[in-house]
Design a protein around this ligand. Structure first.
Ligand code: SME
Length: 160
């Protein structure tokens, strides 16, 4: 059985350790869903956030993909909610208080803050977003952004 083993308690170092371990675990795996599911599980082991999951770009909607947490909504239109806004803008969105984000889609009342990170393929096309929710306000900052942007690069990086 494989586990994520982190030696550091410093957030940026935790992200670096997690990245390297996921890199090796995913080595040679060509299936995108398997890679997304494993990345979710790895982040959950490392950080224990409330909800961690991917929404995949399918036509003109995002459709839920692999996730860990309570039931998420199934489909999100472009521009809607934090996830749809991330897709529209093609950049990471940090929401420190979900109640203050116009149009936030509340899948769970427990969620207080959120980060959504775009996932690109090798041709720089956006193929998904990674959505992470926390039960705590202001959970996510620039360090999470940088750490997670590197980790979602592993979704499309199959030639390792
Ligand atoms: N809060 C997200 C919707 C997805 S759930 O949080 C799992 C949003 O506003 O896009």
């Amino acid at each position: 059985m494989q586990h994520i083993y982190l030696t550091s308690t410093i957030k940026t170092e935790k992200y670096t350790e997690l990245y390297h371990q996921l890199y090796h675990i995913l080595n040679g795996e060509s299936d995108t869903i398997a890679r997304m599911a494993t990345i979710c599980a790895g982040i959950k082991e490392a950080f224990d956030f409330y909800w961690i999951g991917f929404y995949r770009v399918c036509g003109d909607e995002l459709v839920v993909g692999p996730y860990i947490g309570t039931l998420g909504c199934l489909r999100i239109k472009k521009g809607k909610g934090v996830c749809g806004y991330c897709w529209q803008e093609g950049k990471t969105i940090i929401v420190k208080n979900v109640e203050e984000f116009p149009g936030h889609i509340a899948c769970s009342e427990v969620s207080k803050s959120e980060i959504v990170v775009p996932v690109f393929d090798k041709n720089h096309q956006i193929i998904a977003v990674l959505d992470i929710d926390s039960e705590v306000y202001s959970m996510f900052d620039e360090e999470d952004k940088l750490g997670l942007e590197k980790i979602v690069g592993l979704v499309s990086n199959t030639t390792i």
